[in-house]
Every structure is written in C-alpha cells, then in structure tokens.
Design a protein around this ligand. Structure first.
Ligand SMILES: Nc1ccn([C@@H]2O[C@H](COP(=O)(O)OP(=O)(O)OP(=O)(O)O)[C@@H](O)[C@H]2O)c(=O)n1
Ligand SMILES: C[C@](O)(CO)[C@H](O)COP(=O)(O)O
Length: 234
C-alpha cells in the first residue's frame, strides 16, 4: 500500500516584515486569504490525504475549517520558531499516519502553488530516500554587501538554488531531524536544513518561479496578479 501523504502548513507567524495588524496569511488575494489558496492547492490534489495547520495560540482569524475538498483539516498551536510550529503539526497528525508517511511542509504564505509542481515533488520525494524540495537555480549575479550596502564581493552562483516549499520528507525522519536541531539549540530556516544536519542530501526539484512567499506588501501585489490569472498557464 502506498504510504499516506499529508500536508503541514506552518501558519503561526506574525508577519513582522509585512507589517500591519492582520497576520499576512489571512490577507486576501484574488478573493480569498493566502492560507486558503495554499490549503486549496494542497487538498485539491488527489494524492494528498489531509492537512494540519499550525496556528498562533491567540489566532483570532482561523475560520474553524475542519475539512476542505472533502479531506480532514486539523489544527494545532504553533511555536516561537517555524520549526516549533512544524514539529507541533507533526505531533498533531492522526495516529494512523506512520513514520513512513510523506509529509509536505508548505508555507501558508505561499499561495501560488501549482499541481504540476506538486506532482513532480511528490514523485521525487517517493523516489529519493532523503526527500525533496521545490526550488529554483539562482539566475542573478550575487553580490556580498558591507554594512553600508556597498559591494564587497561577487559570489559564485553556479551551484546555488533558492529553496521554496513544499519540502517533502518521511514523517519519522523529519521529526527526528527537527527534534535534534532543537536539542542542539540550532534554529533551522527550513526543514531541509534540519535533514542536512542529519547527513541527508534531499533532492532539489525545479519549480515555478511564481511560487512566491508573501513577505512584504510588494509581494502581495504580485501574488494578487498571479492568482487572478488563475491556472491559465497550468
Ligand atoms: N514561529 C513561526 C514563524 C513562521 N511560521 C510560518 O512560516 C511561514 C514562513 O514564515 P515567514 O514568511 O517568515 O512568516 P512570518 O514569520 O510571519 O514573517 P516575519 O518573519 O516577517 O515575521 C509562514 O506561513 C509563517 O506563518 C510559523 O508557523 N511559526
Ligand atoms: C521555508 C522557506 O520558505 C524556504 O525558502 C524560508 O526559509 C522561510 O523563511 P522565513 O524567514 O521563515 O520566511
């Protein structure tokens, strides 16, 4: 039997770089909140069984969804760091979702996830024992800056990628990696970093450049444009 596939959405952030009163995952674009776009992209996919959302303890805006696209949608309370929120969500998975289940961790602030990218990521994560993440090779020249934002060096970019989400790993391995990072006092910026610390070499799957994370107001304007175009280009 094919192992279960569940989505985990860290959605407990405060959106400090975005600013404003409303946590950015609840800001609307193309008629619905960013978190709803992310959930719909995941739960409308036939290969994904359900999702767990990690929310801030004082989140006043969670609409209380318990199912979406006919699939279970569970909630838990996130933590101070992204990794704490992801760990909490892993612990909130149903008891019949075993260590061999594939977990796709996706930022609630990335609304423009497309089915084709999901398909290729899932296939890669099933095929590769160390899991897989969506990303894109760096195509711009990279500069290192000093405190005055003056260029001090040009960095080699030939083997550099930008990491996106979802990031897909087996539940047991990811949980152990995140627990180890926490025990070591290391704040990991993504799930792959925790896996790398355990000696894993996850696969990089080139995904769409428009799978953007909404971090600042300018990102929201771009997300609105992209989402309003819909799935016109697949
Ligand atoms: N303690 C945290 C921090 C972040 N996140 C989630 O991780 C995703 C990506 O993080 P980011 O874009 O940095 O969101 P924020 O942490 O809210 O933004 P900021 O760093 O500007 O405060 C978001 O969906 C955010 O809600 C989370 O679940 N728990
Ligand atoms: C997970 C991530 O989206 C991959 O690029 C990124 O690391 C999240 O960083 P943030 O500072 O928590 O937004």
């Amino acid at each position: 039997m094919t192992a279960r596939i569940w989505a985990v959405l860290p959605a407990a952030g405060r959106g400090t770089r975005f600013g404003g009163e409303v946590p950015k995952q609840y800001l609307e674009a193309a008629g619905k909140p960013l978190i709803a776009h992310a959930l719909d992209a995941l739960l409308s996919h036939a290969r994904i069984d359900g999702a767990v959302v990690a929310l801030a303890a004082d989140d006043p805006r969670w609409p209380g969804w318990t199912t979406r696209h006919g699939k279970p949608l569970l909630r838990c309370t996130g933590g101070g760091e992204r990794a704490d929120s992801v760990l909490a969500a892993l612990h909130a998975l149903p008891s019949d979702v075993g260590d061999d289940a594939l977990v796709l961790v996706h930022d609630a602030a990335r609304p423009n996830l497309r089915a084709g990218d999901l398909d290729r990521l899932i296939d890669a994560a099933i095929a590769h024992p160390d899991g897989a993440i969506l990303g894109a090779p760096v195509r711009d020249t990279l500069k290192r800056a000093d405190a005055a934002s003056h260029i001090v060096a040009t960095e080699p970019r030939s083997a550099l990628w930008r990491a996106f989400t979802p990031q897909a790993f087996r539940r047991g391995a990811l949980s152990a990696a995140l627990e180890r990072a926490r025990a070591d006092g290391v704040v990991v910026t993504d799930e792959a970093m925790a896996m790398e610390r355990m000696g894993a070499h996850p696969a990089l799957v080139e995904g769409r450049e428009d799978n953007l994370k909404v971090t600042t107001p300018a990102d929201l304007a771009l997300a609105e444009y992209l989402l309003a175009r819909g799935t016109a280009d697949g």
